[in-house]
Design a protein around this ligand. Structure first.
Ligand SMILES: [Zn+2]
Length: 247
């Protein structure tokens, strides 16, 4: 039976610690809690790493976080040779915040890229130092410099980033919200989470379940490292932190 883990990061991506209770250990040794601040790998964003601290102060290192039988079941995968907690035990959750914050900055940067390049998205992957978004773009007239300048204008404007829930009907009435060419947001649960940028989402709104920083200014300096041709109409844009290298 799949468990439903309360995903605290959905309402507050800035939680660095929380307390939770172990509800199950699955057959592969994955730890399932009643609630968690650990983001599970999904939508191109990797899952969190960190620790579970037991009441005696000892720590269980968490090497990965993934979803289980359903998207609502979050599995904390311990590093090799960790002590195992028991069902019913209370633990303190500690995520690797430095890594998560980099992922939140990068993930928000991916949204800015989709504003500057308003084309159907065919894939995306976020990491701490290099992220990519693939677009279906027939022509290759974009330069790294132009796209970087457009993204940095949005960073400097320091627009707010926030989430809002909409109904299936509202999404159906606004098909333009979905920028992904192949992936549709899950419908039927009644609520779809929109990630909005700018006052009232004036800069952008799109369905996303990931974690993002709370303003575009917090992303900091970024640049497009590379634009690669992947297939006839596919272009892959790579985002990196820092200023664009001189050459
Ligand atoms: Zn997102």
């Amino acid at each position: 039976m799949a468990h439903r883990t309360e995903a605290l990061f959905r309402d507050d991506a800035y939680l660095k610690t929380a307390d939770a209770t172990v509800v199950a250990i699955n057959e592969r040794g994955g730890i399932i809690l009643d609630r968690t601040i650990f983001y599970a790998t999904s939508g191109g964003q990797p899952g969190d790493t960190g620790h579970l601290e037991r009441t005696d102060g000892s720590r269980i290192a968490i090497a990965a976080t993934i979803t289980g039988e359903t998207k609502d079941e979050i599995i904390h995968v311990p590093a090799p040779e960790q002590a195992m907690p028991v069902v019913g035990e209370t633990v303190k959750l500690i995520i690797d915040w430095e890594r998560r914050h980099l992922l939140m900055r990068m993930h928000a940067a991916c949204h800015l890229l989709t504003v500057v390049c308003p084309f159907p998205i065919t894939g995306a992957s976020v990491s701490e130092d290099d992220s990519r978004v693939d677009f279906d773009i027939p022509d290759a007239s974009f330069t790294r410099e132009e796209v970087t300048a457009g993204m940095m204008d949005l960073v400097r404007a320091d627009h707010p980033i926030f989430t809002r829930l909409i109904s299936d009907e509202e999404l159906a009435a606004n098909p333009g919200l979905v920028k992904s060419k192949n992936v549709r947001p899950p419908v039927g649960t009644g609520k779809i989470r929109l990630v909005c940028i700018g006052e009232n989402g004036a800069v952008d709104s799109q369905p996303c379940g990931g974690t993002h920083v709370k303003s575009t200014g917090e992303i900091g300096e970024i640049h497009i490292g590379k634009i690669e041709k992947k297939g006839r109409e596919n272009r892959r844009f790579r985002i990196r932190f820092g200023p664009m290298p001189a050459n």
